[in-house]
Design a protein around this ligand. Structure first.
Ligand SMILES: Nc1ncnc2[nH]cnc12
Length: 211
């Protein structure tokens, strides 16, 4: 189904990601809500190369010195954007409580695709790489904006200057209010709606304000 057709029940959503067509399965995340699921780790290296090049092109004018990626699915995005910007090192904010992160800077978050709350952790060993550096924060999908907000807070605690926020997709509109004025820093390659339950097995895209 194309985005400009009248609203009707759908089982997949077609989206053009900077010239790369994807068909995403409509996947329930609660009894009355579904998302068009993009599992970046199922899409292969050519898709990773494509999105890395496209995001790097958007961010190059901002002269970023380092890319921060949010675990888990922001990791391939961070690697590809780093590579296409001609940079080498990148910093990953981890979600799992690894032993070496016992004294990490932490921030709590929740996400659309995971149960309960999680913590994002910034390894103190990465602090010298971030201090007074121009950084961009990248992830696979921005939905609630909660991961990105946690990343922003941690990056700023580390005295980095966040010049951009990047994602392959924005999903729905909740992230706009979560991020507030920092929503203006977001660059995404494509946008997808969320879906409401329209009867057994039927999902309809939720109309958006387009703010
Ligand atoms: N559409 C989506 N695909 C994958 N992960 C997501 N997290 C939130 N929305 C998502």
């Amino acid at each position: 189904m194309k985005q400009n057709e009248p609203l009707r029940a759908v089982t997949s959503w077609e989206v053009d990601v900077a010239g790369y067509p994807l068909s995403l399965p409509i996947t329930p995340v609660s009894p009355d809500r579904a998302i068009a699921l993009m599992m970046i780790t199922d899409l292969g290296v050519s898709f990773g190369d494509h999105i890395g090049a496209a995001l790097a092109e958007r961010f190059r004018p901002l002269k970023p010195e380092l890319v921060i990626g949010t675990a888990t699915l922001g990791i391939p995005v961070a690697i590809e954007v780093t590579r296409h910007l001609g940079l080498d090192k990148y910093v990953i904010l981890q979600k799992s409580p690894k032993k070496h992160l016992a004294d990490a800077l932490t921030y709590s978050l929740s996400s659309v695709t995971s149960h309960g709350t999680q913590e994002l952790r910034l390894d103190k060993a990465a602090l010298p790489m971030l201090m007074r550096r121009r950084v961009i924060v990248v992830d696979d999908v921005i939905a609630t904006g909660s991961s990105l907000l946690a990343s922003l807070v941690l990056a700023r605690q580390a005295s980095a200057e966040v010049v951009g926020l990047g994602a392959v997709l924005t999903d729905g509109e909740a992230w706009r209010s979560t991020l507030g004025k920092d929503a203006a820093l977001v660059q995404a390659l494509a946008h997808i709606p969320q879906f409401r339950n329209a009867g057994p097995g039927r999902w309809e895209p939720i109309a958006e304000s387009g703010a």
